[in-house]
Design a protein around this ligand. Structure first.
Ligand code: ATP
Ligand code: MN
Length: 463
């Protein structure tokens, strides 16, 4: 007898086989004919396998008729073609063994549908819900596509450190890493004496693996990092987490247009894979979460992204004939309302904005000939807004030093970054995709807290 998953057991070609399955009961229904139907789910797919349990089974009265939602069981039996609609097979049990009981009086996922907010407070059980199971299977597929895409194109997977001494861009607030007793922090002339701390210097959780990826791109060509990143900003939005996963490719000899081409091909690959490899879960999202998700993803895979310079975008927004909450002016960062207008109304597809003013972007972005703009690019998508941020990096030592001075950064602490521009410098580019924003976009889930196993946000880290 062979162990099968529910996903395998549901395939018509497996009818006639003897099988063992293990999972959790969703429902039990007793028939007048003296047998019971049990719906079994094991997370391998959205659908359940129907178990037909005969009244003649030895533990029928004592155990099988007590089964309720959440009980874990092992079932052995023969897979047969099912007369019921919506399922090719069912299993006729020769044995059903209770593994772990769940009390119907207290089991939280008994019948009632809970809100996503409530499910966050029972994060230990929410993976057993249809929605969260589907989210996790889609998230898994996206991770797989990320690796497949880069591996097939000859990129090396590099692991950037999670603890770092460098602040990537002064971009976000960083979490500190210390072994100091916070009630008795060692001081020297009023200042914290980091020389006595574990790393003998201030250390942080990384906000990005980019600077480290640049080191490896400038030796090995095409690389990517993929891991957790941390932002300590107090932003309580539906698109921000304090801990999120970011994939960051970095490529030597790539200019900004190459970078845009790569980002577009990369997103199309992820969206296309999700459609072909997770059809059942995606149909669920289309039915229950966001009606247009399938057609939207298909349209994106089959059309070109809009490419628009920041200056062109400003002109479009100025002539849009509406009053913005945040006034539009060349030199200021675009707000969500502006991004939404461009991607959701004006173009109704992904938009790549590039060549931003140098004053609003980090020091490492390459300065354009005009001197006022840098080779930055953001990919905006409907519903989510910014999903990718990237740039061509400044490879010219003198200009990089100037930019650091401009932004009051200490060149001493970036000595190795500057060194890369001294010894065999090359044009190079890269970008960062927030994994959770990608999952949000694909599934249509409105809150980013519902697309990561255990969301970390201000005031919330229980699980
Ligand atoms: P935003 O403007 O949306 O706050 P950002 O410009 O600070 O984002 P980057 O530093 O460019 O973000 O990071 C690259 C990508 O990482 C973003 O395009 C986004 O997909 C993702 N990302 C950034 N911050 C967060 C966050 N707090 N939670 C989840 N994903 C994030
Ligand atoms: Mn960004």
């Amino acid at each position: 007898m062979e162990g099968l998953s529910v996903a395998q057991a549901r395939k018509s070609e497996n009818a006639g086989r003897q099988a063992v399955l293990q999972g959790w009961v969703r429902t039990r229904r007793d028939s007048k004919g003296g047998f019971s139907f049990i719906e079994l789910n094991d997370g391998s797919c959205m659908a359940n396998l129907q178990i037909v349990a005969d009244g003649k089974l030895a533990n029928y009265e004592t155990e099988i008729k007590q089964l309720s939602a959440g009980c874990s069981i092992t079932v052995e039996g023969e897979l047969k073609p099912s007369p019921a609609k919506g399922q090719a097979t069912e299993i006729h049990a020769s044995r059903v063994t209770l593994v772990g009981h769940a009390d119907p009086q207290t089991y939280e996922l008994q019948k009632k549908r809970h809100s996503f907010e409530y499910l966050r407070t029972i994060a230990h059980l929410r993976p057993r819900t249809n929605t969260f199971g589907a989210v996790m299977r889609v998230r898994n597929q996206i991770c797989r596509s990320i690796h497949d895409f880069f591996q097939e194109q000859g990129f090396l997977y590099i692991q950037a450190p999670i603890i770092t001494a460098s602040d990537c861009e002064g971009a976000g607030e960083m979490f500190k890493v210390t072994t100091f007793d916070l009630a008795r922090v060692p001081k020297r002339e009023q200042e914290v004496d980091y020389a006595q701390d574990f790393f003998q210097r201030p250390a942080f959780l990384t906000v990005s693996g980019q600077l480290e990826a640049e080191i490896f791109a400038c030796s090995l060509g095409k690389v990517y990092t993929f891991g957790p990143t941390f932002r300590a900003e107090n932003s309580n939005t539906s698109r921000h987490l304090a801990e999120f996963w970011m994939v960051e490719p970095e490529m030597a000899f790539f200019e900004l247009s190459d970078n845009m081409d790569l980002a577009e091909a990369f997103l199309k690959r992820i969206f296309g894979d999700v459609l072909t490899k997770c059809p059942e879960d995606m149909a669920f999202f289309a039915e229950h979460i966001e009606k247009t998700t399938l057609s939207r993803l298909e349209a994106i895979c089959n059309s070109e992204f809009v490419r628009l310079s920041y200056s062109e975008a400003i002109a479009l927004l100025e002539s849009a004939g509406r009053t913005w909450e945040y006034p539009v002016r060349w030199g200021t960062d675009l707000q969500a309302e502006h991004e939404r207008y461009l991607t959701e109304e004006k173009f109704q597809k992904p938009v790549i904005l590039f060549d931003y003013p140098r004053t609003i972007k980090p020091f490492y972005m390459r300065v354009n000939e005009d001197g006022r703009t840098v080779r930055a690019m953001d990919v905006l998508v409907p519903g989510v807004g910014e999903i990718i941020g990237g740039s061509q990096r400044e490879e010219r030592l003198d200009i990089l030093k100037q930019r650091m001075a401009e932004q009051r950064l200490d060149p001493e602490s970036y000595w190795w970054y500057l060194d890369l521009r001294r010894d065999g410098t090359v044009p190079h580019s890269g970008f960062g995709l927030g994994l959770e924003r990608a999952v949000q976009f694909v599934t249509g889930m409105t809150n980013i807290r519902d697309v990561i196993p255990f969301p970390r946000t201000p005031g919330s880290a229980e699980f």
